[in-house]
Design a protein around this ligand. Sequence first.
Ligand code: SF4
Ligand code: SF4
Length: 473
Amino acid sequence: MTGTGGDRKVGDARAAGAGRFRFFREDRCDRCGDCLVACPYLELSREEARREIASLIDTGASRALDVCHTCHTCDVVCPAQADPYELVLERWSERRRDGLPPAARLVTPSEPGNLWSSLKVVLPPDEHALLRSWEPLVPCDELCLAGFYTNVVPYLLQAKVLADLPRIVGSEALFGCAGDLYKTGRFDLVEQIARRLERVFRELGVRRVVCSMGAEAMLLSEILPRRFGAAFDFEVLSLDDWLLERLRSGKIALARKLGLRVTVHDNCLSKLQGGRLQEANRELVRRTGCDVVEPEHTRERALCCGFGAAASRFRVLDILASGHRRLRELEATGAEAAVVYCPACLFILSVVKELAGVRMPLYHPVELVERAAGGAPVRRHEERAWDMAAVIGNHLLKSALSPRYRGTFQPAPISPELQPLPELPWGDRVRMKLLTALFHGPVVQNAAMRGLISRSFRATLSRDGARRPPASE
Ligand code: SF4
Ligand code: SF4
């Protein structure tokens, strides 16, 4: 692990709040500006960074609120462990008490038309069957938690090298361990999700949880217990740790070396716990016989996949532009492929890759291990990207057509008991089917149209970047 983060963990909820903020440790902050100098999106000089952090603390006004990608870098580099990223979240929290922007409906499972319900209309039967098999919550000692965004790419967990995983359980009703709502600053909802998770895990009587998303492992082991007082009485490890242990112990035998030169994309929450997840994934990759070439921004300074760009202004174009910046940086390494170990990053980068016509293949580490073990992983990233393009297209259509949908919304409170998620409205089902038929059909999937789409996509991002639109909140 390089840099100043060490094995730093997130602040303790009971220790924080020494002052006017809930999580930001104003008492520790000397306003040095290190945090915002390191921010890869603000690009500030030392003096500008000092002014910006002072303004964010004193008045709540800062450009950080319009550009923050929730990447966690500022937290990791802060020498005083004052948690400046949480200051951004607290300021967003103040703005968003009365409602969230419409795009947040997509990642709020209790909202009709959320992305999971939309996607299920077009998933193939084998993935439907997988998701259904993961839903029953049966008491057990050990389980694998199907992650929020693993549910978008469930085919990944069919790999033969995962055959010995504990029983896979989990649905969108667990709200991805509150990761997305934490990023919006809606701490009230995060508290409610923490209570739901406490209840669910207590009733399961589980002693060990393997998280198929490393980010959720960080939420269960760090953020929810330390910031929201969640009482979890079980061991947490990530699928990455689980796989690595099996490779080290020889329980998974590799038949061949892949011999690829790959670059690695690190996700935001991998920066916690001293970058333990980052190291685990590099070792996984090397054990498959691949060489790692690092991108310009890596490990604790890694750029966001684009998803976090939504947290500031909730603009789809911000997500796509940010994802495109990251993909270009990964391509610039000259690597033959990119390894993306977070399923959320994998699906966002896959969408951008398809729209921008980027050729570099993206792999989840499970795919590399499966291939090195002599297997052939089920690989549907490209198809899923076009399914997700349909979800985004449906959202944009509804935004254009419905003033009510365009408005802010107040998510329903989340009870401690699991409740059925809302049915997908009829209109969404029809639009999803039409859009996916179009995106997967010959009208779009031909060389001329794909070329036109990628040129238009790049031109749109370039025009949008040049305009630098003002904050929308
Ligand atoms: S939050 Fe940390 S890095 Fe930022 S100004 Fe305060 S002490 Fe310096
Ligand atoms: S979390 Fe990342 S993007 Fe947000 S202010 Fe901190 S360094 Fe900048």
